[in-house]
Design a protein around this ligand. Structure first.
Ligand SMILES: Nc1ncnc2c1ncn2[C@@H]1O[C@H](COP(=O)(O)OP(=O)(O)O)[C@@H](O)[C@H]1O
Ligand SMILES: [Mg+2]
Length: 222
């Protein structure tokens, strides 16, 4: 079953002489449960593509369907709700709040949801356990290694039980040993049924994925 679909999507930033065409006629179908790498040089449009898939950014033309829902028809509020339920984001720089401990960082997406403190705790315990950090709940980001910080970010992405993980160069700041560990974690999550899309420069990262999409100058080339 197709979970994400782009049909003839173009994206233009700015206007007139300042115009930048970041994506041109991109069509892409991603099946539920796939693990996909998106590769391309810097400036080729990878983050733009990911932001559109994540409903953070809109298209200039074409259509985007998330679980067959036409995203164009959604208001900002509806998109935020959908995003919160369906999508977890993982970024290169981890995106953790330095003055929050691990547990509080992981619980961040729950701030917008009316659930009890005890349920929040249960959920963060579960996702921290899944990434092997149950003993770091009370640590602060500065007390963790890069790989551990990324694990915290991944558990935060999982806390709403999102089906889809969108990852923008998630191993870009990690050494190769840690990259392998993080990729093995993504493979486990994929085996649990998550659909995972990883933007990367790194061939080793792409080798963990079942499919590679190449993007050049805003076009999908392969
Ligand atoms: N918010 C923006 N405003 C204007 N131009 C942008 C913006 N975001 C990206 N671009 C441009 O769009 C192109 C694709 O960028 P991006 O998707 O970030 O590429 P990548 O992630 O592959 O490095 C680049 O030329 C970039 O400068
Ligand atoms: Mg980018």
């Amino acid at each position: 079953m197709v979970i994400l679909e782009l049909v003839n999507v173009s994206k233009i930033y700015g206007s007139d002489e300042r115009k930048v065409q970041a994506l041109t006629n991109v069509s892409l179908k991603i099946e539920r449960g796939e693990m996909i790498a998106i590769m391309g040089t810097s400036g080729s449009g990878k983050s733009t593509l990911l932001n559109i898939l994540g409903t953070i950014d809109g298209v200039s033309s074409g259509e985007y369907f998330l679980e067959e829902k036409r995203i164009k028809n959604y208001s900002e509020k509806e998109k935020a709700e959908l995003r919160n339920k369906k999508i977890g984001f993982v970024m290169q720089d981890f995106g953790l709040i330095s003055h929050y401990n691990v547990e509080k960082n992981v619980q961040l997406p729950l701030e917008y949801i009316a659930i009890k403190q005890s349920e929040k705790k249960k959920r963060s315990d579960d996702v921290l356990k899944r990434v092997g950090l149950e003993n770091k709940k009370k640590s602060y980001p500065c007390q963790l290694s890069g790989g551990q910080r990324q694990r915290v970010a991944i558990s935060r992405a999982l806390i709403n039980n999102a089906d889809i993980l969108l990852c923008d160069e998630p191993t870009g700041a990690l050494d190769s040993k840690t990259t392998k560990e993080i990729m093995e974690l993504f493979v486990e999550l994929n085996q649990l049924g998550k659909t995972i899309i990883i933007v990367t420069h790194d061939k080793m990262v792409a080798e963990y994925c079942s499919k590679v999409v190449r993007i050049e100058d805003g076009h999908i080339v392969q």
